[in-house]
Design a protein around this ligand. Sequence first.
Ligand SMILES: Nc1nc2c(CCNCC3CCCCC3)c3[nH]c(NCCc4ccccc4)nc3cc2c(=O)[nH]1
Length: 373
Amino acid sequence: MTDRFSFTLLKTDGGARRGRIDMPRGTIRTPAFMPVGTAGTVKAMYPGQVRELGADIILGNTYHLMLRPGAERVAKLGGLHVFANWPHPILTDSGGFQVMSLAQLRKLDENGVTFQSHIDGRRYEMTPERSVEIQGLLDSDIQMQLDECVALPAEEKEIERAMQLSLRWAERSKAAFGDQPGKAIFGIVQGGDNERLRGESASALAAMDFKGYSIGGLAVGEPQAVMLRILEMTTPILPREKPRYLMGVGTPEDIIESVARGVDMFDCVMPTRAGRHGLAFTRFGKVNLKNARHAEDHRPLDESSDCPASRDYSRAYLHHLFKSGETLAAMLLTWNNLAYYQSLMAGIRAAIDEDRFEKFRQTTKAGWARGDI
Ligand SMILES: Nc1nc2c(CCNCC3CCCCC3)c3[nH]c(NCCc4ccccc4)nc3cc2c(=O)[nH]1
């Protein structure tokens, strides 16, 4: 065990990196997929199940928790790990991205963002300092600076304004975080789809000596090719010996292509949210179980899987559960999807360990392309 945050780059294979983050609450094997939790655990899953699937770390939801039950109350109840019975590492976002996508009547200025709760209309002010305070009250292990993410496409001057503001907020967030050896705060690279601005953001943040770096401002409406081009020119500017976290990404294909371009950590609501809506991720591709073509298909999603949700239930039964609006539908498909995502990450890590990542990438993508499954 360790009393401080440390990242070890164990191996590289082309652009892909295999690493490990050691923290007081546990070790995170990278490349890592981090399931998104709402009140600190993952919808339709038991914490123990999420852990058994191989998740070393999950996301907590700063925006949601600060509104209800409130960060101070979570602290009074022992912090998020105790509250939600997840004793392993938790990463929290700063909340700014969610404010801009979920809150009403939000106003952003130099000091921060003020908004009204979408739950009860109460007014809040989120500054870099308050965001760090909230993430501290949640007892988050890996915290994010407050930043401003612009949706794409956007004007260059708008992207530049938001990127420069985010750099000033990076300084304030890091100052507010201070020195907490067992925890980390990450800077967030912005700059939209503009390579000059991305370079300025990444270089300035690298000089601020954060313990890790998030790549923000992507998966916000740009084509995948644009996201990958930005990754290609951003990761080489970031310190090699620190972890890179691509925020909000993504599909299995996004993940494998981003690993190839030097990304270590991922989060996305896709496997959990899509699972609740009937979309199954498998090694053969995606299956929409609400589609009538599954109504009499006795095959499971993947008979060779070691996940009961993928192996022990027919597509016909899953189709029935979704058509009937049964709770078990969301439980089984969330379980299948997280099992698939974690098995993909385990396959990526093993492939890098054994110098066969490129072969793994081609074989895995070919499996998805099998079409009618
Ligand atoms: N600070 C910050 N966060 C970002 C996030 C939120 C990452 N997930 C947090 C997580 C916390 C707990 C609750 C859930 C969210 C992003 N998510 C996406 N794309 C998602 C694209 C997407 C993918 C699938 C479905 C919907 C949307 N781009 C993002 C860019 C940024 C960014 O620049 N700055």
